[in-house]
Ligand binder design. Structure first.
Ligand code: XMP
Length: 535
């Protein structure tokens, strides 16, 4: 799953009401034809201060009328327009008078639907191409005459009847960008959403602001105000429970609710004994002293460790932790009898991936880890104020709500916590070793100014001893693995090229300062075929 927030992760997908709730600001819809980069389009549009959401490519025209977007973007996709079963939009889309921009496959389906030809190109074009602008206004306003763009296509549009005006060309593609001769319909054969395309953000800005007329005022603080209003109206004088995990998403939800409803909020924090160094005390301090919420801390370390005793199988560990978490949370929630709502930090990628939104694009179900989710039978109404947001937007919201930088930018931490980084059986002693090593890894990365560049880093304790030497004595002690990865979406990842000096400091500090460890190794595996976690 998208990697954060164990306590608020969706435990099952069936419970979403899936309503694309009406929004009070200009909106652009992205019709998803299956491109890997469709989510990236959404992020780039939002960076232009315009709200947008991804919807399924065949969303009915009636539904689109109801949502009343200012513009439509048709994403790329893996198919060829002539392939059997190729996803096609409803041609009535183009009669709505709403500006449309098609990207790559999106451009091809537009052109084909309106009567142009789409042919297999002689050469498949992939990668960076110089692109010459032949019509510098409108979509290309403010851009240089020539740009580097990112192409990835085998088919291209031919338009013998001149239905479309060429806006830009590349060496192999005479219609690299087009505009319909009469209607506000545009197509780009290249991908403006990827960073390899120069001025891609400006291009999208020209479309959503100048062509669609979105006012470009959507931002995190307007979203906070809007959410605060919504929460107040929905909750009235009732009580809301929010599960805190110490991670970013649940902290942002709690901070938002605290702003909206103050002391009608009760937070529950389950200390499962599997947290990183200092994490539990920080959550307590932050949400009692800074946000002054009614915080219920359940110190359930013993329960978790007793149940985990002697268990080495990773999936078994996950199951146990998930079950005990629900038991403990339920008990704690029962001590707050008047609560009617449960606030969760479900994010937009969770909503998309779960396929839970009936308007949403087809589900590309990822392997959900499912740990730390709460079952529906708890009987609360759900409040999910982050449902429309990407992770980086949640972080910006956290900053705007006054959460500290180090919390807002904290690396993801799995629901089963250190249990899946303590290979073999989990015990209190082994957790102490792991926690101390992990704290050194993180401290050194922060010290070297690398923490924000790396998406996830941590220590792993192996169930392997090896021979070492200390003074005149032979030792036979534990091994710590250091893992640091760079990744965009946690589905694939590369090992981070850590400078030798940083590795050296980490290794020296761990072997000198963590009792029982005489060896430190660095993990140089990418995902796939490895995973980020070791279990
Ligand atoms: P893997 O190890 O599958 O991890 O490459 C991808 C991301 O998911 C996180 N992860 C989990 N998160 N419960 C969670 O909430 C889990 O059981 C779990 N297992 C892995 C992992 O930390 C990484 O960010």
């Amino acid at each position: 799953m998208h990697a954060d927030e164990p306590t608020t992760a969706p435990a099952d997908t069936g419970r979403y009401r899936g309503d694309a709730q009406p929004v009070d600001h200009d909106e652009v819809l992205i019709l998803d034809f299956g491109s890997q980069t469709a989510q990236l389009i959404a992020r780039r549009v939002r960076e232009q201060n315009v709200f947008c959401r991804m919807v399924r490519h065949d969303l009915s025209v009636d539904r689109i009328r109801e949502i009343n977007p200012r513009g439509l973007i048709l994403s790329g996709g893996p198919a060829s327009v002539y392939a059997e079963g190729a996803p096609l939009p409803d041609p009535e889309l183009f009669e709505l008078g709403i500006p449309v921009l098609g990207i790559c496959y999106g451009m091809q389906v537009i052109c084909r639907s309106l009567g142009a030809n789409v042919n297999s190109a002689d050469t498949r074009e992939f990668g960076r191409s110089p692109c010459r602008i032949v019509d510098p206004g409108g979509l290309f306003a403010g851009l240089p005459d020539e740009l580097i763009v990112w192409m990835s296509h085998g088919d291209q549009v031919e338009d013998p009847d001149g239905m479309f005006v060429s806006l830009a060309t590349t060496d192999t593609c005479p219609l690299a960008a087009v505009r319909h001769a009469e209607r506000p319909i545009y197509g780009l054969q290249f991908h403006p959403e990827v960073t390899h395309t120069d001025f891609g953000g400006q291009l999208l800005k020209n479309f959503v602001q100048d062509i669609c007329g979105c006012d470009g005022t959507w931002d995190i603080s307007s979203l906070i105000d809007e959410q605060v209003e919504k929460i107040r109206t929905r909750v009235g004088s009732k009580r809301v429970i929010c599960g805190l995990s110490g991670g970013v998403d649940s902290s942002v939800v709690a901070a938002l609710l605290s702003r909206a409803i103050g002391d009608q909020l009760s937070c529950i924090f389950v200390n499962n004994g599997l947290l990183r160094s200092g994490e539990a005390s920080e959550v307590e301090e932050r949400f009692t002293e800074h946000f002054r919420t009614d915080l219920h801390v359940s110190n359930a370390q013993r329960e978790f460790l007793d149940e985990l005793a002697g268990v080495s199988d990773p999936q078994q560990k996950r199951k146990i932790i998930g079950r005990v978490f629900i038991e403990v949370f339920r008990k704690e929630a029962e001590s707050i009898p008047d609560a009617e709502f449960l606030a969760q930090g479900t994010l937009y990628p969770d909503v998309i991936e779960s396929g839970a939104n009936p308007d949403g694009p087809a589900a590309t179900i990822k392997a959900h880890h499912n740990v730390g989710g709460l079952p529906e039978e708890l009987g609360f109404e759900l409040i999910e104020p982050l449902r429309d947001l990407f992770k980086d937007e949640v972080r910006r919201m956290g900053e705007a709500l006054g959460l500290p930088e180090h919390l807002v930018w904290r690396h993801p931490f799995p629901g089963p916590g250190l249990a899946v980084r303590c290979l073999g059986a989990v015990s209190e002693d082994r957790l102490i070793t792991l926690r101390a090593a992990d704290a050194i890894v993180i401290e050194e990365l922060r010290e070297a100014g690398l923490y924000r560049e790396i998406q996830q880093a941590f220590a792993v304790l192996l169930p392997v001893q090896s021979v070492g030497v200390m003074g005149d004595d032979r030792t036979y002690q534990d091994t710590i693995v250091v893992r640091a990865v760079s990744t965009d979406d946690f589905m694939t990842a590369d090992w981070f090229r850590l400078p030798y000096e940083v590795m050296e400091r980490i290794s020296t500090r761990i072997t000198n300062g963590v009792p029982g460890v005489n060896r430190v190794v660095y993990d140089i595996s990418s995902k796939p075929p490895s995973t980020i976690e070791w279990e």
